[in-house]
Design a binder for this molecule. Structure first.
Ligand SMILES: C[S@@+](CC[C@H](N)C(=O)[O-])C[C@H]1O[C@@H](n2cnc3c(N)ncnc32)[C@H](O)[C@@H]1O
Length: 254
């Protein structure tokens, strides 16, 4: 009898370790309403004659970064394309979290010549003081992702449009950007205090009819735990939507 109970326990432990992601997903549910990409903006409407084909407006400049380049902290290709699409209709873009500059470069490649992009990042290997109760993995990632001084757009034609601020976003003064931004991408530190501070600033910076987009709204993922918690909380007072097939959440300042 003892052996049977022991074997059952071992099996349960094994099942948990093999399927812990799926188990967590089962118990932790997304609270933000999910929408299809077509509902985000009219530029995402599909082909009139064949609803399942992309319209001409879907064409963007997009590049792939192979895995063996070992670039850290990237969005998926679908997410990168959505940001590229929204950049086409944005004149003033702000990004919390530059990292390798992949999303910054894509936004620059797809926006008009008179678009301005401000992006902020920590200095090389800069540490942020840890607060108790916040995701340890998110703190570790801040350090591991603050490794770039040169970016994918460095020495390209698009660099002219881009202004990089090497600053801790917690100390960043947003007053020059109040109600000026058409598109704000929040993908900096993923700890509760940073995501809250970046978002509070973004809500002041976003223009009428402008978008705030958050990355990494993922249930049951350690590094995104605080992002998930924060967005679920503000979802009670703000009209947020999560985009199907992505980890992106958006707010449209109607
Ligand atoms: C996930 S990466 C951004 C990825 C990038 N948006 C992309 O998709 O190519 C996170 C970035 O946020 C920056 N970061 C983290 N905490 C920050 C803080 N408190 N202030 C400024 N930048 C921060 C890191 O230095 C890093 O550049």
């Amino acid at each position: 009898m003892t052996i049977i109970i022991f074997l059952i326990l071992i099996n349960l432990i094994l099942i948990y370790f093999l399927y812990r992601k799926e188990i967590k997903k089962f118990f932790i549910k997304k609270q933000i309403k999910e929408v299809n990409i077509e509902e985000v903006h009219e530029i995402f409407k599909t082909n009139e004659t064949n609803k399942n084909f992309p319209s001409e407006d879907y064409i963007t400049k997009l590049f792939i970064v192979p895995n063996h380049f070992n670039v850290v902290g990237m969005t998926s290709d679908f997410e990168a394309w959505i940001l590229s699409m929204l950049s086409k209709i944005s004149k003033n873009i702000f990004e919390f979290g530059t990292c390798s500059g992949k999303t910054t470069y894509l936004m620059a490649l797809n926006s008009s010549n008179d678009t301005r992009i401000n992006t902020l990042t920590l200095k090389l290997s800069e540490q942020v003081k840890k607060k108790s109760g916040e995701s340890k993995t998110a703190y570790k990632n801040i350090f591991n992702e603050s490794i770039y001084e040169k970016f994918m757009f460095t020495n390209t034609k698009e660099e002219e449009k881009i202004n990089v601020h090497f600053v801790n976003s917690l100390e960043f003064d947003e007053s020059n950007f109040k109600q000026k931004c058409d598109l704000i991408f929040i993908d900096g530190g993923h700890t509760y205090s940073i995501i809250k501070s970046d978002s509070d600033k973004a809500f002041k910076m976003v223009k009428k009819n402008g978008y705030i987009i958050w990355h990494d709204y993922v249930e049951g993922k350690r590094s995104s735990r605080d992002v998930f918690k924060y967005l679920n909380e503000i979802n009670k007072n703000k009209k947020l939507f999560s985009i199907k097939g992505t980890s992106l959440v958006y707010f449209l300042n109607e």
